[in-house]
Design a protein. Structure first.
Length: 306
């Protein structure tokens, strides 16, 4: 015990309190011990142990999934896009720059989930009282024309109704006029599985000899809230265009393309509350309630009819 520790041991051979304190005091630690501590602190193993940080666990992706976030376009609802006919599904949209741009700018010319239909008719039979298809037009949700064809007459036309329909002899009796059966088949294929928008659609479907599921039909002539513009009566498309869009249409010859675009625009502006009313069942309970002057008009009209 020549190193100095023996001098601090008591008579029983144990180290005293002073000795234990000296070992904890850094001023009394021997030079060899200090050198050892410094060597341990400077060793690369010690540094690696101090600087080591656990790396975050990487999330395993399911097959076919990408780490890139879902792409969403302002003012464009990708749920409107249907990949069955013409337009690819949303997965392919992300990889198609030209299609992305067209969606952002509203220039998409492909079929969407909602399409609008309008037809122009000519008169047949005695004094042109019966109607026959002469032109058929379809537009997509963005108002772009999907289909627009003149139809060759199946019967003798007695009234072209040009001042309203805009149809003339050369439109339906030229080479550009398509056979009725072809138009019927092409329109039926475009409408399959889609929401059909239009005004007084029963007239258009009647001349096409087609029907469409009621749950997939949005007729602006039958939407109850629109009756407020005509005092409870069925509104015309011209009246709705002026009241809702502040547009003047049908001043002269009608255009089936323009009428389909207007019907789609009116529906698009009210689609959220319209679809909500259908989902909740409120549409069936909707009834127009006349107020003020409208009530008096209804009263006088009812008594005049009697």
């Amino acid at each position: 015990f020549d190193c100095g520790i023996g001098a601090q041991m008591n008579t029983n051979g144990s180290v005293g309190q002073d000795a234990s304190k000296s070992r904890l005091d850094p001023n009394k630690i021997s030079c060899n011990w200090k050198a050892l501590l410094k060597q341990m602190q400077d060793s690369p193993e010690t540094k690696a142990r101090v600087k080591y940080k656990r790396e975050p666990r990487k999330r395993k992706l399911k097959p076919g999934k990408s780490e890139s976030p879902e792409i969403w376009f302002d003012d464009v609802d990708l749920s409107e896009i249907n990949g069955e006919i013409g337009i690819p599904p949303a997965k392919k949209i992300r990889d198609n720059k030209a299609l992305k741009t067209s969606l952002i700018l509203g220039n998409c010319t492909e079929p969407t989930r909602h399409v609008a239909l309008d037809c122009e008719m000519v008169g047949t039979g005695y004094e042109g009282e019966d109607s026959m298809l002469a032109r058929c037009s379809l537009v997509n949700r963005f108002g772009h024309v999907l289909y627009d064809k003149y139809v060759a007459p199946q019967e003798w036309v007695t009234d072209f109704r040009t001042r309203f329909s805009g149809i003339r002899v050369h439109d339906v009796r030229s080479e550009k006029a398509e056979e009725f059966s072809v138009v019927q088949k092409e329109v039926s294929d475009l409408l399959k599985g889609r929401v059909l928008v239009g005004h007084a659609l029963h007239n258009d479907l009647k001349v096409l000899l087609l029907d469409h599921p009621k749950k997939l039909t949005r007729d602006t002539a039958k939407y109850p809230p629109f009756k407020k513009y005509t005092g409870g009566r069925t509104p015309s498309l011209k009246k709705l265009a002026k009241a809702i869009l502040d547009m003047d249409i049908q001043d002269g010859e009608h255009s089936s393309v323009e009428d389909a675009q207007v019907a789609m625009k009116i529906y698009a502006m009210h689609s959220k509350e319209w679809e909500r009313a259908i989902r909740t069942g409120a549409l069936k309970k909707m009834k127009f309630k006349a107020k003020g002057k409208q009530k008096r008009k209804h009263f006088h009209r009812k008594h005049k009819q009697k």
